[in-house]
Structure formats: structure tokens, C-alpha cells
Design a protein around this ligand. Structure first.
Ligand code: PLP
Length: 376
């Protein structure tokens, strides 16, 4: 076979995609450095350090015997629980294989070559991946203080723009936009562009916000037919490995999403676990508290070490360490995995997920040692 015969043919916008880089798995680091996996601390993927709630584990155990059947394609029971929780009819809800799936489904429903998407620089990387996969053009808007600059994003909307992605709080920066800022933006987009431009408000880290900062984004969905709010069970609910997320949008937009969604995109175990987790308010509260304490622990240490960081509204902190590649390598040698973010245009920074107190302490000790400034 000649090399010509074996050449794969793919659209150039697909070949051009730089694939998603996940956090380094514990087992991989253990193999590379000959370390004991049980002593490795992973603070790289914004996972819930409490693990999976026991309530969800029990629900899964009960549902395992039914796995010979396909999942409920409509996700009736989970949608019923979400419908009661958020006060919207079921035809306002779309389930996703993680909220990542929702972000992709919107792109699949609305984009095509010749369309454009507006999002912020240093925003969640999947916005770029979803845009590129559809052959659409991105309009990446510079940040203001490493947060979304909504004024500039509004001005950046072009005649061919179909979609705007906003992460609130944002990953990897941890920045947050107030209700007022979001409402002003939505009103301006609707005033200038009507429903031609859909806004995706990605609230993956919403449950980590202080209560006084949380706002009823579903009320905004009632007001704006071009708004989609996405949420996930991967973070505060502790179900990252199961992959469940959902979208709230008015029926016309939801109907479009359902035309391109895979019929069985959320598996049976994920559906029952999400229902159990949604009811488990005690676990959710504990997730919030552990995160709030860990955030203080990390940010206090960064203050002591004289490091700049972005005050976080999520379950991770972005910290400026200078030669992040070297410091990351030194952390790895000490069995601590964090996330370098050079690929997000932040070569001097590391993103550290908030762990249990002892995990945070391991990271702080290792970082202090590397920076040559011992803890008092
Ligand atoms: C801002 C943001 N949105 C969405 C996601 C997707 O998460 P999942 O697919 O696990 O719901 C993430 C994951 O890290 C994220 O940071």
C-alpha cells in the first residue's frame, strides 16, 4: 500500500485541533517516578476530594442488575427531580454525558462553517474544541484582570456569530461575574441581536459560590429565549467519573438540542446516582465547607509565600509561580500533581484543585520547599 492510499482524509478544521490535555493520572506518575501511588496527591482535575457520595453509591448498587437494558433515553426520573428542584417543566431540560456533552451539543445544533463563536481568552478549553470541531470560527476576547470582559465580548459579536460561551465561575482562572453583569450583558445581546445569538452560561462550579453570590440563573432563562444554563454533577455533587450534566433552556432551544443529542447519552447508573446526589443536601453542604476551608488554606499559604493568585470562586486556585514548568516538574517528583496551564496561555501559572486539608498541606509543603522558603 502506498502512503497515498493510507492517507486519512479529514476536514482541515479537525486535523488542526489540539486535543484536550487531561490531568496526569496517579498511576502514570507512579510508574514514571517509581513512586507509591498511595502517597501521591492529585490536585489537577477539579474533582471533589470527598469522592462520591455514599447515597449515590447505594443507588448504583441497586441499579446494576438492570444494566442489560438501555438507559431511559428521555431521563424521565432525573428530569422529574431536576424539574422539581429548579421549577421548570421537563421540556426545558436536556441531560448530558457530563456538562461537556451539553457544550458540544449546543455547538452541534447551532454551528456550521461560516459561523462564529465568541468566548473569552483563558476560558474553559472545550469552547475552543467544540467550535473547531464544527468548522466554525472563534472570536477570542482578551480578559480583564483574568476574568471575562463582557463589554468587550458584546462588542466582539459579529454578524455571523451564533454562540457566546461564558463560564461563571471560570476555569482555569476561578473568576466570577455578578448577576448584574450577566443581566446587563444578556439584555444588551437581546437588544442588539434578538435570538440570533445564543448565550451559554456554563455554571459548572456554581455550588461552590458563597450563598450571597449565587443568583437564580433559571429566572434569566425564563426571560431570555436565547439563554442556556449548563450545570454539572461532576464537581460539588462528586460524580465526575459517571458523567452527568444538564442544560436549562426554553423549549424551542431544547428541542434543537434534542435533535442532535445521542439518544442514550446518559447511562442508567449515572441517572440514578444523580437523582440520589441531588437529594443529598448534607453531602453538598460538606463539599461546600471542605472547599471553602481548603480555599482559605491555599490562599493563606500563597499570601505567606508572597505569590500572586486569582481570588477563587471555584474549587481550584490559579497561582503565579514564575517558571511553572520547572516547579510543576519538582512537584511531580515529590508526588504532587497539579495542572500546568501554559496551553491556556498562562505559562507562569499553575492551577491547583482544592483538596482535603492534608492534601493541601502536602502541596503547600512541597511548594514551600521548592521555592526555598520554609513554612514558619
Ligand atoms: C467551566 C467548566 N465547564 C464544564 C466542565 C465540564 O465538566 P463535566 O463534563 O464533568 O460536567 C468543566 C470541567 O472541568 C469546566 O471547568
Amino acid at each position: 500500500m502506498s502512503s497515498k492510499d493510507s492517507a486519512l482524509v479529514a476536514p482541515s478544521h479537525v486535523s488542526a485541533i489540539a486535543p484536550y490535555q487531561p490531568g496526569k493520572p496517579i498511576e502514570e506518575l507512579a510508574r514514571e517516578y517509581g513512586l507509591d501511588p498511595s502517597g501521591i496527591v492529585k490536585l489537577a482535575s477539579n474533582e471533589n476530594p470527598l469522592g462520591m457520595p455514599a447515597s449515590a453509591q447505594a443507588a448504583i448498587a441497586q441499579a446494576v442488575a438492570g444494566l442489560g437494558r438501555y438507559p431511559d433515553a428521555a431521563g424521565f426520573e432525573l428530569k422529574a427531580a431536576l424539574s422539581a428542584r429548579y421549577g421548570v417543566p421537563q421540556d426545558w431540560l436536556t441531560l448530558g454525558n457530563g456538562s461537556n456533552d451539553i457544550l458540544e451539543i449546543v455547538a452541534l445544533a447551532l454551528l456550521e462553517p461560516g459561523a462564529s463563536v465568541v468566548y473569552s481568552r483563558h476560558a474553559f478549553v472545550v469552547y475552543r474544541l467544540a467550535t473547531q470541531a464544527r468548522g466554525a470560527r472563534h472570536i477570542m476576547v482578551p480578559t480583564r484582570d483574568l476574568g471575562h470582559d463582557l463589554d468587550a465580548m458584546l462588542e466582539a459579536i459579529a454578524p455571523d456569530t451564533r454562540l457566546v460561551y461564558i463560564a461563571n465561575p471560570n476555569n482555569p482562572t476561578g473568576s466570577f461575574l455578578s448577576r448584574e453583569a450577566i443581566e446587563t450583558f444578556l439584555a444588551a445581546v437581546a437588544g442588539r441581536h434578538g435570538t440570533r445569538v445564543t448565550v451559554v452560561l456554563d455554571e459548572a462550579y456554581n455550588e461552590y459560590l458563597e450563598p450571597e453570590l449565587r443568583f437564580d440563573s433559571v429566572a434569566l432563562v425564563r426571560k431570555y429565549p436565547n439563554l442556556l444554563v449548563s450545570r454539572t454533577f461532576s464537581k460539588a455533587y462528586g460524580l465526575a467519573g459517571l458523567r452527568v450534566g444538564f442544560a436549562v433552556a426554553q423549549p424551542a432551544l431544547t428541542d434543537l438540542l434534542n435533535r442532535v443529542r445521542q439518544p442514550f447519552n446518559v447511562n442508567s447508573l449515572a441517572q440514578v446516582a444523580a437523582i440520589a446526589a441531588l437529594k443529598d443536601t448534607e453531602f453538598l453542604e460538606r463539599s461546600f465547607q471542605v472547599n471553602r476551608d481548603g480555599k482559605v488554606q491555599l490562599q493563606t499559604a500563597f499570601d505567606r509565600l508572597g505569590l500572586t493568585y486569582v481570588p477563587s470562586y471555584a474549587n481550584f486556585v490559579l497561582v503565579k509561580v514564575g517558571d511553572a514548568a520547572r516547579i510543576n516538574l519538582e512537584l511531580l517528583k515529590r508526588g504532587v500533581i497539579v495542572r500546568p496551564v501554559a496551553g491556556d496561555g498562562l505559562p507562569e501559572w499553575l492551577r491547583v484543585s482544592i483538596g482535603l486539608p492534608e492534601e493541601n498541606a502536602r502541596f503547600i509543603d512541597a511548594l514551600s520547599e521548592i521555592l526555598g522558603s520554609r513554612q514558619p
